[in-house]
Design a protein around this ligand. Structure first.
Ligand code: FRU
Length: 490
């Protein structure tokens, strides 16, 4: 049975829980981690997700399912994939098999195909190392019901423990499906003409990027910049993120249907905050790359203080390439739909030559457009706070070229010492003109600097709501500020 979100869920008290996000996707109840199988089809964005319906901690994985028409409002659907004799259902992707290359649908009714990892816990317990394999399932009714393919697994394990998270896309030039697979400390590429038989092509990454932990959840896609096609490879890593625990790095390079190559030397992160992991993009969206991440961190995901549910997704973000201070970067910024669909009320202010400015009621979205240059400023600080003495500090230090986010003054952080640390990022955005957008929800902040040149996403669990905000600097600032209250999506 489909649950109509507006009619049913708005009545339910679980969406009023203290830390329940009001405009981010959360499961109605139970545990959630990675976004999976994101595919657009027949006017709907499908979101599947790693789900343990029976508990609020990680356990036997299913694919939970929801759909949206605008990427803002979601309708929960029944669980799409249950564990079976081959294993539980780990992360993976979904594609529209438009030409019915798999033969699992028809030309007139092409199938949606989900490609996922089977994790066989029994084989793992028995001490083997071939317990992760790749399987597929298909749907011929717009994703409402799914059948597992009889010939599963379609890709067997060669004897490597970490062998998972297939992300599949169609490669136009070679007329093949390409699977990017996380294999321990590298990404392996496989190709197929029918999604059923897969051939190894190449490996990437043992000598590149961060290697503080296992590689997971890859995504490979092209993006254009100045008329040129570049390929982006997202790779999540756990642990080994820039601020501890899990995080997602990216590589910009080229892909010829067989090999991914890059001249990139630096390790780059899609988000420097602690709470954006395993993010990938929607398939079958022609003109855009839309990204969504799991808004948590394996360092403490299982013990954050929420009650009937655990974990939210980030807001949906559009990815693009840009030259930032002479280097190619992956930009991620919120899709416009949040502002367009959720805006309830907005307030405008001008700060003229002031070194401090306070807002009595912090809104869901605060956009700060500075008009002054920061050449002579030591830094600026944005503080979210409340009358309980709790503070969340976001600081840009122009002297040391460091951006930091400090949630140690939020009272409810004692569930994990790892939650207290100050998060830091190198200041790499163009600083002559500064624009900061902050999306705040019941237990998260997503901070976008200069339209997504630098992004920090972090959870917080205050005793009380951080309902006030101030901006301070050592010198005068001139800025426009717009604050917007959002309607709840539930
Ligand atoms: C990433 C991950 C994946 C795996 C899934 C299991 O967060 O560890 O590699 O498929 O979660 O739930």
């Amino acid at each position: 049975m489909e649950v109509d979100q507006k009619e049913e869920q708005s009545k339910s008290s679980e969406y009023q829980e203290k830390y329940r996000p009001q405009y981010h996707f959360t499961p109605a109840s139970g545990w959630m981690n990675d976004p999976n199988g994101m595919v657009y089809y027949a006017g709907e964005y499908h979101l599947f997700y790693q789900h343990n319906p029976d508990s609020t901690v990680w356990g036997p994985m299913h694919w939970g399912h929801a759909v949206s028409k605008d990427l803002v409002h979601w309708k929960h659907l029944p669980i799409a994939l249950y564990p079976d004799s081959l294993g539980t259902i780990f992360s993976g992707s979904a594609v529209l098999d438009q030409n019915n290359t798999s033969g699992l649908g028809t030309k007139d009714n092409p199938p949606l195909i989900a490609i996922y990892t089977y994790h066989n816990a029994k084989l793992e317990e028995a001490g083997g190392n071939k317990y992760q394999t790749q399987g597929i399932a298909f749907s011929v009714d717009s994703g409402r019901t799914w059948q597992k393919y009889k010939g599963n697994p379609v890709l067997k394990n060669p004897g490597i423990k970490d062998f998972r998270d297939p992300k599949v896309r169609w490669h136009e030039k070679s007329q093949k499906w390409i699977m990017s697979l996380a294999v321990k400390d590298k990404i392996s590429f496989y190709s197929s003409t029918d999604l059923l038989e897969w051939n190894f092509e190449s490996d990437f990454g043992q000598e590149k990027g961060a290697h503080g932990g296992v590689w997971e959840c890859p995504d490979l896609f092209p993006l254009e910049i100045a008329g040129e096609e570049k390929w982006v490879l997202l790779v999540s890593i756990n642990p080994g993120g820039p601020n501890g625990g899990s995080a997602t790095q990216y590589f910009i390079g080229d892909f010829d249907g067989e090999n991914f190559t890059t001249a990139q030397e630096e390790t780059l992160w899609i988000d420097y905050g602690t709470d954006n992991y395993a993010g990938v993009t929607w398939s079958n969206v022609d003109d855009k790359k839309i990204f969504l991440g799991w808004m948590s961190n394996w360092d403490y995901a299982n013990i954050v203080p929420t009650e009937n549910w655990r974990s939210a997704m980030t807001i949906a973000r559009e990815l693009s390439l840009a030259n930032v201070n002479g280097t190619l970067r992956l930009i991620n910024k919120p899709i416009e739909n949040y502002k367009n669909h959720l805006q309830k009320k907005s307030y405008d202010w001008e700060i003229v030559e002031q070194d401090s400015f306070q807002i009595k009621k912090a809104s869901e979205l605060t956009e700060i457009n500075f008009k002054n240059s920061f050449e002579d400023h030591k830094g600026i600080e944005i503080t979210f706070f409340n009358d309980n003495g709790e503070e969340l500090l976001f600081n840009i230090n122009f002297e040391e070229d460091i951006v930091s986010l400090d949630r140690s003054l939020i009272e409810n952080h004692n569930f994990s010492p790892k939650f207290k640390t100050v998060q830091k990022a190198p200041l790499n955005f163009s600083s002559d003109q500064l624009k900061i957008e902050i999306y705040k929800d019941a237990s998260s902040l997503e901070i976008f600097i200069n339209e997504g040149e630098l992004v920090m996403t972090a959870l917080y669990f205050g005793k009380k709501d951080l309902n006030r905000m101030k901006i301070t600097s050592n010198k005068n600032m001139t800025a426009n500020i717009k604050a917007s209250d959002f309607k709840s999506i539930w």
